[in-house]
Design a protein around this ligand. Sequence first.
Ligand SMILES: NC(=O)c1ccc[n+]([C@@H]2O[C@H](COP(=O)([O-])OP(=O)(O)OC[C@H]3O[C@@H](n4cnc5c(N)ncnc54)[C@H](OP(=O)(O)O)[C@@H]3O)[C@@H](O)[C@H]2O)c1
Length: 346
Amino acid sequence: MSQQTRRIVLAARPSGAPKPTDFRLDIADLPALKDGEFMVEVIWLTLDPYMRGRMDDAKSYAQPVPIGGVMEGQGVGRVLASNTSKYNEGDYVLGGFGWQSHAVSDGTATRKLDPKDAPLSTAVGVMGMPGLTAFVGLNDHGRPQKGETLVVSAASGAVGSLVGQLGKIYGLRVVGVAGGAEKCRYVVDELGFDACIDHRAGDAKSLSAEIGQACPDGIDIYFENVGGKTLEAVIAHMNVASRIPVCGMIAWYSGAGEPEGAMVKKLWRTILVNRIAVRGFIIFDHYDRLPDFTKEVGGYLRDGKIKYRESIAQGLENAPDAFMKLLEGGNFGKQLVQIAPDPTRD
Ligand SMILES: NC(=O)c1ccc[n+]([C@@H]2O[C@H](COP(=O)([O-])OP(=O)(O)OC[C@H]3O[C@@H](n4cnc5c(N)ncnc54)[C@H](OP(=O)(O)O)[C@@H]3O)[C@@H](O)[C@H]2O)c1
């Protein structure tokens, strides 16, 4: 009998914020293994904001998920059967297995994991794509110099939390922007940022005033994760020759709050007058930096110099709800879905 997989497919393209009926849970037979293929049981599925873009049929840097297609995503799985010398039964593997319980892979873009190196779930978090994004965005596009001021939005999240901690290690003043008092407390007390401002507590004007107070020497690097009101509040404080690595704009992913003309004009003028280097980047272009990242950040992790936090939803059926919440700040740290037990974890 062939192996079945439980999977979440895209049922409809969302208009605005995704809703439960945009997803469907179904069961399908997996194909028989061909030469060079292997089959995994997925343990950890990562949910990432970019997945919202895959639900739209719009021109982007990647193809959309087709209607009826399995939602795209990376995961950590355990090999149950193998027709390739690359992996043995029982190996742990990172790959783009999608939102499903089991998957067949030909090994493209997969990597064997050793649970002795780091907890398996970190392969999709602090030691995976979000961690690499923080490392490349800050170092290569932010070009940090000791003593400078760094502001990072979505500061308690997967990317932002590492950006700020690296900033502190590199000797910067680091100010986070996060949603709510609890996240702000965590960012300062646990992660060691110098300050954190709650973007949900006021409007763009009061947010800007608070950012100004927290950054008395202006801002040299704004690590942009969100757009929206936070961007508007930050730009007034950018220094001459400052840098903005544009990593994400989650406030606008579901089409809400389109920027008004006045904001675009203010933004453009600030970039011109202050000669700001604004650099958009997509992490897929930067996997050549993986060895440097793994060496440096892996070392910090082992030495206890950086911390990370996970938000874990239990069960594949809860993935859509966790994803919808992620887009609105319902996560606190890296959002994961645990689909099967992790034998390497207590
Ligand atoms: N360029 C790339 O290759 C690349 C790679 C990975 C990630 N990214 C981007 O990096 C950003 C962070 O990703 P992540 O995986 O680390 O997610 P995350 O920060 O763990 O989670 C997303 C966070 O965004 C914040 N948020 C949601 N709506 C917001 C709004 N309207 N205004 C301000 N903040 C809002 C929420 O935090 P609060 O509760 O604190 O508001 C939420 O927890 C996203 O924009 C993502 O698309 C880009």
